[in-house]
Design a protein around this ligand. Structure first.
Ligand code: ADP
Ligand code: MG
Length: 731
């Protein structure tokens, strides 16, 4: 029996944990976060007020107040069993990082007390000089600094033998350049706020003080049994399978999507949810996804900054808790070939401080005009900056997804749905120079319906779809930190809210009539941005042709997509809105191209080892079996005159030859792959990425094809790598 087969018994005999019925969620939601209400209880009124002003208006608190908050936070955390604290930050790798410090401080020789000062709360010096900075930090000033982000509450992470207080922070260089994913997001929300307020003012919403983006990321993931995972070096090293013959049954029967959730997985989901609720992460929906063993969690939407932190935290919880259940949670965008990959649909909208969603049509014709103006800004943003949206989701894992027949294509387009399309068509056709309320009603704008998702949400193939009250950016990868995509969306929309506001002012000044000016501007944008709108099936071949005709970019390669970050006009855009400096953009471009290369190299080296140490030996074993059987047969034929059907003998010979050839092709291509890697070492990062995309990837696919052929013939008990049909179907 192979190691793999022995595991089969283990997998089946895993005992399900009995989970005690959890409390009512409302009784413990957020109990492990130092939220605003907890703070109110633990600090003086004056400090609390100062803190609130800090969050809403950016006016920082005094050191004495910081000391008071730090002390309160420490007492609260210690009461919850925390002995360490950490500044929790999100470096440009896309992961989260933490360096833990104890609360202890000497009071005399050999004597300590627990202490936590305002200084330590506000700023940390994790050093962390090994994080990629893309040249932002020269070695002599290699330190990175973390700074408290008061808009995201501190929280407690539990582990069996102790708890840790985590303080969400931004991560910056000595000169204040962002070394992380979070600071640009915060800056982009500022830019969006300013621009949106400018537009709202024109629509006489003078009472609105703040507008911010909201986000609800739908998190897709796979779960597989840990026993299998341990035997797949590719999953361990790269998060995806580099070989594996397709399972005869994949997702073709569509019996997984929204199907009954198996008990083992359901238990896992309950476990994740209860830990998430303690941390104030509002998980709402859970269901089976399309591929076997693929699932999804979706939260209630929140302010983007919080949603981004919560998504990072949720992914960490999901990985950690899976292990308790003998499972491994996979966030890779394409862990298994031939079945769907995983994305993270980013639902995005903008909301004012009164709770009004600006992408929700209102009750009055005026509000509806405003809604259409915001919509026009979104259309123009995507029209002008599809390249940046594409760049914001460019990473090696997502390269397997975008453009394949299951996920949004690499071509960025917008879907609006029938009703809205119809209204835009009417506006485009005719705008009078004076527009009365009656005209607005005639255009169909006076009584805009609520665009509920039943009428608008059916196009699942669009990368940027209007789904009722929000846009859904579907090209984001499941493993990604959502901060960068949000920062890009916020910035490009800020620019176009400004543009629309500017145009409305200009045309109103020329013509005098506000309503007709708004409609004229919207009509202009509708015409200008027509090419970005596509209501059809984004997966079909005609769209690729059509998009090409329209001049829409279709960039498959990560390194190419990333070039948008360093285009001159894009640098100006981000600098204008103070979201990224040129230095920060160039750094990100370099880091992400480099990370692409590293990912490819890890994959190729892993494949090399798998081939040499697992696949080829298994092939030889089977080859030996075949050749000795053949040899024996031929001998018996000679020695005792055994009658052997000539065709049967030929078949045996042919089969042996096939196996010998398969092994040969696997080896030959693997040797070529190693040579290619060696050659690529001498190239610049950009050239290397080019070679990896155009030569290494196809070569790896080729190796895989032959390995998978072998997998289907080699005797089952000689094959040690867990198979797709096992990993994906044993639950
Ligand atoms: P879908 O049909 O796309 O699954 P849902 O209404 O179930 O639509 O929402 C999916 C995600 O979109 C959820 O996480 C939800 O919280 C989020 N969402 C809903 N409204 C908004 C909004 N105004 N802003 C941001 N995200 C939103
Ligand atoms: Mg979904």
């Amino acid at each position: 029996m192979s190691i793999r087969q022995k595991l089969l018994f283990k997998v089946k005999s895993i005992e399900l944990k009995k989970i005690v019925a959890p409390l009512k969620v409302s009784t413990y939601f957020g109990q492990d976060t130092f939220g605003i209400e907890i703070m109110r209880k633990h600090v003086s009124q004056k400090t609390f007020e100062a803190f609130k002003i800090w969050i809403s208006e950016g006016k920082t608190i005094s050191l004495a107040q910081a000391n008071e908050i730090a002390n309160a936070m420490k007492d609260w955390a210690m009461a919850k069993g925390a002995t360490y604290y950490t500044h929790w930050f999100q470096p440009m790798t896309g992961l989260t990082a933490e360096k833990h410090d104890s609360f202890i401080s000497f009071t005399g020789p050999g004597k300590v007390i627990e202490k936590f000062s305002g200084n330590k709360l506000i700023q940390g010096e994790p050093d962390a000089s090994s994080f990629p900075s893309g040249g932002i930090r020269a070695t002599f000033e290699a330190r990175g600094y973390t700074a408290w982000d008061p808009s995201s509450p501190a929280f407690i992470i539990e582990s069996t033998l102790g708890n840790t207080l985590c303080i969400p922070t931004i991560f910056i260089s000595y000169h204040g350049a962002s070394l992380d994913k979070k600071l640009p997001l915060l800056r982009s929300d500022d830019a969006l706020n300013k621009a949106a307020l400018g537009l709202l003012k024109l629509f006489s919403h003078k009472h609105t003080k703040k507008v911010f983006s909201t986000c609800g990321p739908e998190q897709e993931y796979f779960l597989i049994d840990k026993n299998y995972y341990n035997l797949r070096q590719d999953l361990i090293m790269t998060g995806r399978t580099l070989t594996g013959a397709p399972s005869p049954k994949g997702q073709q029967l569509e019996d997984q999507y929204f199907g009954t959730i198996k008990e083992r997985m359901l238990n896992y989901m309950f476990d994740v949810a209860s830990d998430a609720y303690k941390l104030g992460i509002p998980i709402m929906t859970r269901h089976n996804e399309v591929a076997p063993h693929q699932y999804e969690f979706a939260p209630i939407f929140e302010e983007s900054n919080l949603a981004a932190d919560h998504n990072q935290l949720l992914m960490e919880l999901m990985k950690k808790i899976a292990l308790r259940h003998g499972l491994v949670c996979l966030f890779h965008e394409k862990p298994f070939a031939g079945v769907n990959g995983s994305g993270k649909h980013l639902n995005w909208s903008l909301v004012d401080d009164q709770g009004n969603n600006l992408l929700n049509p209102g009750e009055t014709p005026e509000d509806n005009l405003q809604f259409l103006a915001v919509l026009a800004a979104v259309l123009r943003a995507v029209y002008l900056h599809g390249d940046l949206l594409r760049a914001s989701v460019a990473l090696a894992g997502n390269e397997h997804r975008l453009g394949a027949n299951e996920a949004p294509p690499a071509i960025i387009s917008v879907f609006l749905g029938k009703q809205l399309t119809h209204i835009l068509d009417m506006i485009e056709r005719g705008v009078k120079s004076r527009v009365s309320k009656r005209d607005i009603i005639d255009l169909g704008i006076g009584r805009l319906p609520k665009f509920n998702k039943d009428t608008t949400d059916r196009n699942r193939t669009s990368p940027f779809a209007f789904t009722g009250t929000k846009f859904e950016f579907r090209a984001v990868g499941s493993s990604q930190n959502i901060s960068t995509p949000i920062a890009v969306i916020n910035t490009i929309i800020a620019e176009n809210l400004d543009y629309i506001a500017g145009q409305i002012k200009k045309v109103t000044a020329q013509q005098g009539d506000f309503n007709s000016a708004v409609l004229k501007v919207i009509s202009g944008v509708i015409q200008e941005t027509k090419d970005i709108r596509f209501e059809g099936n984004n997966y079909c071949a005609e769209w690729i042709k059509e998009a090409k005709k329209r001049g829409l970019p279709n960039i498959a390669a990560t390194y190419k997509a990333l070039e948008a970050l360093i285009k001159k006009e894009n640098i100006s855009l981000f600098e204008k809105y103070k979201v990224f400096s040129k230095e920060e953009l160039v750094a990100r471009y370099h880091i992400w191209v480099h990370m692409y290369n590293l990912t490819m190299e890890i994959e190729a080296n892993t494949l090399n080892e798998m081939v040499n140490a697992s696949v080829v030996p298994a092939g030889y074993k089977y080859e030996r079996l075949l050749s000795s059987a053949l040899d024996k047969l031929v001998r018996l034929k000679k020695s005792v005159g055994l009658k052997v059907n000539a065709a049967a003998l030929e078949d045996k010979k042919a089969h042996l030859s096939e196996v010998v050839s398969s092994i040969y092709y696997v080896r030959r291509n693997t040797i070529a792959m190693v040579k290619l890697l060696e050659k690529a070492k001498k190239l610049s990062d950009k050239k290397r990425a080019e070679v990896y995309f155009s030569q290494l990837k196809p070569l790896m696919e080729h190796i895989r094809k032959h390995v998978d052929q072998l997998e289907c013939v080699v005797a089952d008990d000689a094959w040690d790598l867990p198979k797709y049909r096992e990993m994906l179907f044993i639950k």
